[in-house]
Design a binder for this molecule. Structure first.
Ligand code: HEC
Length: 246
């Protein structure tokens, strides 16, 4: 009887234990410009919240004047580790329809009338960035390569007016002016704001915007796999015990 209880309750105890210990690892001290700019892309890695906060700052300071981020509300920034007052203060700095934004507003759309964007960029429209990290092969690595891929066009390569040569962009002619340069933002955590660092941070932020539940999904997946492995072992043990005397 004792064994029976052990067999039935052991998996439950294990599940509870896994639930209790599944705390996301901290990556706060890791710098985005280190060898691993996107920890969330590793099998067991998770988003680096301080990197996401830096990335939001880059988006808000630089990219938000051209690109919308429709899927996000300002309140979603709480997931980056900001408290309610910080989120409210951030939103209050943004003007939507002649009023200050609130945490429940969607991120401001800089071009509610796409015709104006078309006119400004010679027919190109800055795409909404909500899911761009999923929509492009390579995800954040592609965005990073795009933002750091501006170069002098090789001789013989014609870049049409209003376009720029970019190594990562398919066709190498992009209508987006190079958006980043060194020290375009000033990071509160003291990280040096090189153009590459800004590019890595905003790419990670856009990866989070497209996959806000990535960390939770990984944790649930890991717990489920461990549980199934344990259950598999239990099934083998039960089978052996049942058939020993025959
Ligand atoms: C001055 C306006 C402007 C700013 C600022 C700007 N962009 Fe763009 N962006 C554009 C335009 C225009 C396009 C469309 C380019 C085209 O179709 O040739 C674009 C396209 C893109 C694309 C899509 C590329 C693809 O593969 O289709 C990404 C990603 C992007 N921008 C990211 C950013 C990020 C991140 C920032 C901030 C660091 C930023 N942009 C700042 C105007 C801008």
């Amino acid at each position: 009887m004792k064994r029976f209880f052990a067999l039935v309750f052991a998996p439950l105890a294990l599940a509870a234990l896994l639930g209790a210990t599944a705390v996301p690892p901290a990556h706060a001290e890791e710098s985005a410009a280190s060898q691993n700019p996107f920890p969330e892309q590793q099998t067991f890695g998770s988003f680096d919240k301080s990197q996401l906060q830096r990335g939001f700052l880059v988006y808000q300071t630089v990219c938000a004047s051209c690109h919308s981020l429709n899927a996000l509300h300002y309140r979603d920034l709480a997931a980056l580790g900001l408290d309610a007052d910080q989120v409210a203060a951030l939103a209050a700095h943004v003007t939507i329809n002649d009023r200050a934004a609130t945490p429940d507003d969607r991120f401001r759309n800089p071009f509610p009338n796409p015709a104006k964007a078309e006119a400004a960029f010679g027919g190109a429209i800055p795409p909404d960035l909500s899911t761009i990290a999923n929509a492009r092969p390579g995800g954040p690595r592609y965005i990073f390569a795009l933002l750091t891929g501006y170069q002098q066009a090789p001789s013989g390569f014609t870049v049409v007016a209003g376009h720029y040569f970019n190594l990562a962009y398919p066709g190498n002619r992009i209508a987006m002016p190079p958006p980043l340069k060194d020290n375009q933002v000033s990071y509160a955590d003291g990280t040096k704001a090189s153009a590459a660092q800004e590019a890595a941070d905003v790419s990670a932020f856009l990866d989070w915007a497209a996959n806000p539940d990535l960390d939770a999904r990984k944790q649930i997946g890991l717990r489920a796999v461990l549980f199934l492995v344990f259950l598999g072992g239990l099934a083998v043990a039960t089978k052996r015990r049942t058939w020993t005397d025959i």
